[in-house]
Design a protein. Structure first.
Length: 216
């Protein structure tokens, strides 16, 4: 971006993306530029538990779709995404038109762009230690969940100690930012305003006041 310095940043990640931004915030590589970070519907305990059924989920979902509209319909019918408007936007980039096996439009298939099964060796490492990283990293902390049952012990203790902001949308599914897009946007905007330091005016230092009054 050719910036002379980083402006204040708010890091936001959903599911695995939440683990990524938490790791980045914890690393301190962006210094004081990170005002805060928001994690959407992922915590260490429930994520690791869910990995046990991940292969079954991947085997149960269609390997391809005859059209984009059928892919969108599957996502909404299976309640993977509950907001039809959002699904029309977010589902098409997940797929690509595979023309390698057929030449006629009638037999072309829309196939998953990413082979999630190939990433299985890394699943455990993505989420191990996530709760501690989330609580230890510097900056404001926001956790958006679709249900409080997703909280593990470490996060429950941290929440009672006021170490982070917790927002729960029980009417949403895992894709909380899609199912409740407007509410999520409002929460994030408020979170940014409360952590924005650009409008913060600090009082003058006592030493500066004394120097002005009694110059040496």
């Amino acid at each position: 971006m050719k910036w002379s310095e980083l402006s204040g940043l708010l890091l936001i990640g959903h599911s695995l993306g939440g683990a990524v931004v938490t790791d980045l915030a914890r690393s301190g590589k962006l210094g004081n530029a990170v005002l805060g970070y928001a994690v959407f519907d992922v915590v260490e305990g429930s994520a690791i538990d869910a990995l046990q059924s991940m292969q079954s989920y991947l085997l149960s979902r269609p390997k391809s779709f005859p059209s984009l509209s059928s892919a969108i319909e599957w996502h909404t019918r299976s309640r993977t995404i509950r907001n039809t408007t959002s699904a029309r936007i977010s589902v098409p980039p997940l797929l690509y038109l595979d023309t390698s096996l057929a030449s006629s439009n009638a037999t072309k298939k829309w196939t998953w762009r990413t082979d999630l099964a190939a990433t299985q060796p890394y699943w455990q490492g993505w989420f191990t230690g996530l709760s501690k990283k989330f609580l230890d990293a510097k900056g404001g902390k926001l956790l958006l969940l679709a249900g409080t049952d997703r909280l593990d012990k470490e996060l429950m203790i941290g929440q009672m100690q006021g170490k982070y902001q917790l927002q729960v949308f029980p009417e949403a599914g895992h894709f909380i930012h899609e199912d409740q897009a407007e509410k999520t946007a409002m929460v994030v905007a408020d979170f940014y305003r409360r952590n924005d330091r650009s409008a913060l005016i600090l009082p003058p230092k006592v030493g500066d006041l004394l120097e002005a009054k009694y110059p040496t």
